[in-house]
Design a protein around this ligand. Structure first.
Ligand SMILES: [Cu+2]
Length: 123
């Protein structure tokens, strides 16, 4: 019984998830089958270069890096100290460069996206 409740919860959660989640259920299916179900890329990979003002020690840098890394949709964060530019790769289905900038600003730094480009998709 417990399993049934858990199972229906998982199914319901799947139904309410974003339309992009539909491919997750088919991850073991062949590529052709996936493309029949969904016309969009499962990962819409982008790279943003974000200039950050206010990093004055290695701890700042590390905190920003860790916070971004833990954020849903962020695929990788490259931010070394000393340095004021973060290179962030992200899935545009889940997060935007604007949202990443806002997140850094929420941490108490000034941030500006100076470059944003689409990278080739997973397939
Ligand atoms: Cu600091």
């Amino acid at each position: 019984m417990k399993t049934m409740i858990l199972l229906s919860f998982v199914v319901a959660a799947g139904l309410f998830a974003s339309p992009h989640a539909c491919l997750d259920k088919l991850c073991a299916a062949p590529l052709a089958a996936k493309q029949q179900v969904c016309s969009f890329d499962p990962v819409d990979k982008y790279k943003a270069v974000i200039r950050i003002t206010g990093i004055d020690c290695a701890a700042c840098s590390k905190m920003i890096q860790q916070t971004l890394s833990k954020t849903k949709g962020v695929l990788s964060v490259d931010l070394a100290y000393p340095g004021n530019q973060a290179v962030v790769q992200f899935d545009r289905h889940q997060i935007s460069d604007k949202q990443i900038v806002q997140l850094i600003e929420k941490l108490g730094y000034q941030a500006q996206c100076i470059q944003c480009e689409k990278l080739s998709s997973k397939f």
